[in-house]
Design a protein around this ligand. Sequence first.
Ligand SMILES: [Zn+2]
Ligand SMILES: [Zn+2]
Length: 267
Amino acid sequence: MIDYHIHTPLCNHADGSMEAYVQSAIEKGLSEICFLDHFIAGGPGRKHSMDIEEIPLYMQAIVRLRETYGNRLTIRAGLEVDFLPDWKGVIEDILSRYDFDAIGGSYHFVNGFNVASRKSQPPSDTDARESLVESYFEGLIRMLDWPYFDFLCHPDIVKKTGLTIPARLEPLVNEFLQKFAEKGLALEFNTAGWDHAPHESYPSESLVQKCFSLNIPFTLGSDAHDPEKVAHHFDKAVSILSKTGYTTLCSYELRRSRTVSLRDWAR
Ligand SMILES: [Zn+2]
Ligand SMILES: [Zn+2]
């Protein structure tokens, strides 16, 4: 089994050494992981990300871990890159300079509001809450023209601070999924939501069903910011995906996707 969303302390808000994440993955019986630490190219979110100067260290650390653990675990190198059109040049430059296996695209900063921070307090007014959710999905639609990612991370992360998707926005969500399906990329099934306010995966089970009917593939990630969280809630994830009809997940090597069986998760 794979876990394609593993952080490191370089982002300034995760615990444990990179080696500890690798050891945890081996203990949990995974066959492949992808370090997908934050790269936030600019703006106020910058402090939640590794610095540009740290990227060579990050890549070297992954090479060293492969030397030690490569016979037991496939270790991929990736980045979780925020959708920040103003910083496009920086991102283009970084992606051209290193041999990443996978880039996860994320949309965290919606009209200046960090939808993924535990410290963010969403507005209490219903209209303002709904318009934030609307802006999130409008942003995801704009993100479809952004060529810098292989899969989209935690598609409905906007729920993290307790916001919900109102029924009136269902057509917008459907429009996003329809357009996303045309791109041929994968979404991430992210299990961290079970430990956050929504107490469900990102995306929710109902969205997974829509994705299946649109032939949208998934990769799988725990979003571990702590070694203990590697592969956390994967039993539930595999059960939802299998019951929906999925039999494979996407993995990546040098930004080319391949498929792995969903069935190799035996606990
Ligand atoms: Zn993070
Ligand atoms: Zn994220």
